[in-house]
Design a binder for this molecule. Structure first.
Ligand code: NDP
Length: 670
């Protein structure tokens, strides 16, 4: 008998006298006892706020990203221990791959994005500097900083590992400690993974805690610096988001709840064609993976009336081949539902769907004691008059075919479920894709547009990807998770900082135009990553640009555009006073002016951002460069990226060009 334990204030706490017995969905026998322990939720929150939060916030985004990478690697090395438990939940190994490898992959992805897209500092810069005063002395900058409370994660039964890791990764990267509450039915698998996290020793004390069983007065104790992320039923979401304490303190509440996702077969997809086959294959996957217990699973299959019979036949034939039984048996394609109660619930909802739709296949169960149900396909003749097919989610291997008249009707039916997590469209016609997107995007968190080009690399309708937002409007909960760094920002406060350039520079650890320039002891290209200071600046001497320079550059590069070579044609152009220097010539001269040629810590020039040419440079004009260290970002163990602001001015001091130059610079001298 498994006895999953809670983890509170650094201690493991065994199930209490009132522990709930969990019946295995495969064996129909008791497999675990969970919950029932008296947890002190006030002490848990104090522990998170006093230990986990400060320790996490003391780290930079990059340090937290490295911590996540190490943790994902640790879990990856031990994942077979999780696969060994996985069949107890009713899931096959393939289902487990989505849950276990999917969760670990999500953590890896956030680790990589954290290092690539966030600064190696404590403040996340959101957008550009806004000039609020006329002379540039009063500026504005949006920043984001971690919330100073705790994140409470309430997860669903269907993805015991992914459900935990996909919420932990962005919250920990943000710098917020977490209290995880898994669904009781599958909590022993979550606990096994959570135990590994603690055993890894990679997270600071208080960064994560685990609640097995009820949450008691936890939500009543949350405040303005805390956040709740919930996945589960719409009814529970409604109950929890209505908690008076959460409302009183405006506690952030993100919800992922049931969603009647649609898949549309395009009018151009002929039977037997690639898009038709993709539609059928993906529908089978969606109906059978995790026995259909996926928040993103296709529930409504919207098909042109003329293709309905073809799809019904192809799908019924494929579903009839699906083997259903013990998920530990590799020959079984589909396992059990998560519990007998879950199956009863699906059967109850199926009965209500059958009032509007006919059964084409399934609606039967193998003769086994477990909570099994064969894949079931329904068809609804009049989806405009129907309501249950758009409202009742049978959270199992069940989908309904809905005939449509045309693309507009298909979009209308897809939108009829009041908001969903994902809708997909199978078409090779870009016009159809655009029409459906414009008609439908507002109703769905994600649109998955599939054709023969995307298919070889596609990850599937039902796979929320950590790069892309997961969530949807209305019935789907109105929330967003994941979405790359957007998901991290859900655990941070966006604040508008207003002040002088020096203040903004100090806060953001970024040189902002107008803030003080620093003069270093040496040329900045001779300074190591560690030595160079934000704001360190050089001003180069000027160089005159001659007509001979321009002609030489034109001949040398082959760029003989008329504005550089033909005075009359150039004068006819409203942008130019006559022949002008090539912009790329100016960039090359600029490099010639600011570069220090000797071997030194600068390893490579890796790019250039936000280049703009603001004023033409005529023969006889001279240019000078101001080069300023704008930002430093650690990249590897031996070097980091230094971003420089390069501003070119002419003999009158007018700015002619500006860009951000990126270089890789060694931490130490060779
Ligand atoms: P529930 O809403 O019952 O449970 C979801 C989570 O909330 C579980 O961790 C549960 O814990 C917890 N919970 C329930 N009541 C409370 C409470 N009063 N206070 C604090 N926590 C609470 O959903 P189920 O897991 O039973 O799934 C039911 C339905 O939810 C499915 O049929 C499906 O429609 C939908 N669903 C949607 C998902 C999605 O991702 N959008 C995923 C999974 C389900 P405990 O288990 O201990 O009760």
């Amino acid at each position: 008998m498994l006895k999953p334990e809670s983890y509170a204030c650094g201690q493991w706490i065994a199930p209490g006298a009132d522990a709930q017995t969990i019946i295995g969905p495969v064996s129909a026998q008791p497999i675990a006892q969970a919950g029932g322990a008296a947890l002190d939720f006030g002490a848990m929150l104090d522990w998170a706020r006093a230990h986990g939060g400060p320790a996490l916030r003391a780290m930079t985004f990059h340090q937290r990203a490295k911590m996540l990478k190490a943790l994902a690697g640790y879990l990856d090395a031990r994942k077979e221990e999780l696969y060994a438990i996985n069949p107890l939940t009713g899931a096959t190994r393939r289902d487990g791959w989505v849950d276990i490898d999917g969760g670990i992959g999500t953590m890896f992805l956030f680790a990589a994005k954290g290092r690539r897209e966030m600064p190696d500092g404590h403040v996340y810069i959101d957008g550009e500097v806004e000039q609020l005063g006329r002379k540039g002395g009063f500026l504005g900058q949006h920043i984001a900083v971690p919330l100073q409370g705790a994140a409470v994660h309430i997860n669903a039964f269907n993805f015991p590992v992914w459900g935990m890791l996909e919420k932990l990764a962005p919250a920990l990267l943000a710098g917020v400690p977490c209290i995880v509450k898994p669904a009781t039915q599958t909590c022993y698998l979550t606990e096994a993974c959570f135990r590994m996290i603690i055993e890894s020793g990679l997270l600071p004390d208080g960064a994560v805690q685990l609640v097995i069983g009820r949450t008691g007065d936890l939500l009543d104790r949350l405040g303005a610096q805390d956040a709740v992320a919930f996945t589960g039923s719409a009814d529970t979401a409604l109950l929890l988001r209505g908690n008076q304490n959460l409302l009183r303190h405006s506690v952030r509440f993100t919800s992922e709840q049931d969603s009647l996702n649609a898949a549309i077969l395009g009018p151009d997809a002929d039977a037997g064609g690639p898009e038709f086959d993709l539609f059928v294959t993906e529908a089978v996957t969606e109906i059978t993976t995790k026995a259909g217990q996926k928040c993103t699973a296709m529930r409504r299959l919207i098909v042109p009336q003329a293709r309905l019979d073809d799809v019904a036949q192809a799908l019924s034939a494929r579903l009839a081949e699906v083997t259903v039984g013990d998920p530990a048996d590799a020959a079984m394609r589909m396992g059990a539902l998560a519990s007998h109660a879950a199956r009863d619930d699906v059967l109850d909802r199926l009965a209500r769907l059958k009032a509007e739709a006919r059964v084409l296949c399934g609606d039967t169960a193998p003769d086994l004691p477990g909570a099994f149900l064969n894949p079931t396909l329904l068809t609804c003749d009049d989806p405009d008059a129907a309501s249950a097919v758009h409202e009742i989610e049978a959270f199992g291997p069940v989908a309904t075919l809905l005939p449509c008249r045309d693309t507009a009707h298909a979009a209308q039916l897809a939108n009829a479920s009041g908001g969903s997590l994902v809708a997909s469209l199978f078409t090779k016609d870009a016009g159809v894709a655009r029409d459906v997107t414009l008609a439908s995007a507002a109703h769905h968190g994600r649109l998955y547009i599939m054709n023969r080009t995307a298919a070889p690399e596609a990850t599937g309708h039902g796979s929320p990807l950590p790069h892309m937002i997961h969530g949807g409007p209305g019935r789907a909960g109105g929330g967003e998770e994941l979405g790359g760094i957007r998901g991290v920002l859900h655990y941070m406060q966006r604040t508008a900082i207003q002040g002088s350039p020096d203040m903004l520079s100090a806060i953001t650890e970024t040189w902002i135009k107008g803030s003080a320039e620093v003069t270093g002891p040496d040329h900045p290209f001779q300074r190591t990553f560690r030595e160079i200071a934000i704001g360190e600046t050089i001003h180069t001497p000027a160089r005159t640009v001659t007509l001979e320079d321009i002609e030489h550059f034109a001949r040398f590069t082959g760029d003989t555009f008329y504005a550089h070579m033909d005075d009359e044609a150039a004068r006819a152009n409203p942008f130019f006073p006559g022949r002008v220097a090539h912009g790329y010539l100016l960039l090359s001269f600029a490099a010639g002016l600011f570069v220090q040629p000797d071997p030194g810590p600068v390893l490579a020039n890796t790019g250039l951002n936000a280049l703009s040419f603001q004023k033409p440079v005529s023969p006889g004009d001279s240019i000078a460069v101001r080069l300023t260290c704008k930002r430093k970002t650690a990249r590897t163990d031996s070097y980091g990226e230094v971003a420089w602001n390069a501003t070119l001015t002419n003999q009158e001091g007018a700015q002619v060009a500006e860009y951000e130059l990126l270089t890789m610079v060694a931490y130490d001298r060779a």
